[in-house]
Design a protein around this ligand. Structure first.
Ligand SMILES: Nc1ncnc2c1ncn2[C@@H]1O[C@H](COP(=O)(O)OP(=O)(O)O)[C@@H](O)[C@H]1O
Ligand SMILES: [Mg+2]
Length: 260
């Protein structure tokens, strides 16, 4: 189910109310490799959107384009009533998008709590190093650490956490920015099944509270079980999109995955 952008005269070229974010013809090449190739994608507002596709199909590059980490060669990205294509990553975060990285990014020699506090621009590094923290920020950090279940580790150095715990820390840190649209790149990658279950439950709860998600994931069972809307990438562009049950039986999807 897809909707078209508002075309009423006099309005900005924004997205319709049921659309959270929309890309149009997004394209990015690295040398001879076109990683994302004319991708027109719609994320449903208030839903858990999934993005799947074979290795090298452009999922991470798409993520990096949407979050401003890299600039597209052509195409554009709309979020709500704004075109954010050329925004800096900081401005995109400020507009309400939060993201994690496929390979977890935490500061290994900082404590868990410090990692949470540097996630917020308002906390200046000098204050952090001087040990003087904004009380409200510390409370918010503890709240999110509790929600992901690692609040007991707040004084541990991040490098002493297990990989799964580091992923939970990165997830918690994203919420310090209070994002409306949350992009997760392979949240289950390298994580044990019990922890995957915890991440799924958390994403569901946060979605119930009104946040939209885009989850890029290799784990098909996780995506099909958790997402409302699944987009399938192959060679840099979507080849199918819809509810999990529909996408799962799409011959184009089977072909992309199984080569049948
Ligand atoms: N920085 C880069 N430089 C050169 N090639 C890249 C770069 N990033 C991605 N690619 C290439 O673009 C294609 C898509 O990669 P990627 O977006 O990481 O796919 P996915 O996340 O779906 O596995 C791959 O062929 C990859 O090798
Ligand atoms: Mg990737």
């Amino acid at each position: 189910m897809s909707t078209s952008p508002s075309t009423s005269p006099g309005t900005s070229p924004g997205t319709s109310p049921s659309t959270s974010l929309r890309t149009e013809g997004l394209t990015k090449a690295f040398g001879g490799v076109t990683a994302v190739n004319g991708a027109t994608v719609e994320l449903l507002h208030g839903k858990i959107n999934g993005l799947i596709g074979p290795n090298g199909s452009g999922k991470t590059t798409f993520f990096n384009l949407v979050t401003g980490m890299i600039r597209p060669d052509s195409g554009r990205t709309l979020y709500g009533d704004r075109e954010i294509t050329r925004y800096s990553p900081h401005r995109i975060a400020h507009a309400g998008l939060g993201r994690t990285f496929q390979l977890c990014r935490v500061f290994p020699r900082m404590t868990v709590l410090e990692n949470m506090l540097v996630a917020v621009r308002r906390t200046r590094l000098r204050e952090l190093l001087a040990g003087s923290h904004d009380r409200g920020e510390v409370e918010r950090a503890r709240h999110w650490l509790r929600r992901v279940g690692i609040d007991h580790l707040e004084h541990a150095e991040a490098r002493n956490l297990s990989y799964g715990q580091q992923k939970l820390l990165e997830l918690a840190a994203v919420f310090m920015g209070d994002p409306e649209l949350v992009l997760l790149d392979e949240p289950a990658g390298g994580v044990n099944p019990a922890l995957i279950e915890r991440i799924v439950t958390l994403v569901r709860e946060l979605n119930q509270e009104g946040r939209t998600f885009l989850v890029v994931e290799h784990n098909m069972d996780m995506v099909m079980g958790m997402c409302d809307h699944v987009i399938v990438f192959d060679r840099g562009a979507p080849i199918a999109a819809g509810p999990p049950a529909v996408v799962q039986n799409d011959p184009r999807v089977l072909e992309a995955y199984l080569g049948v």
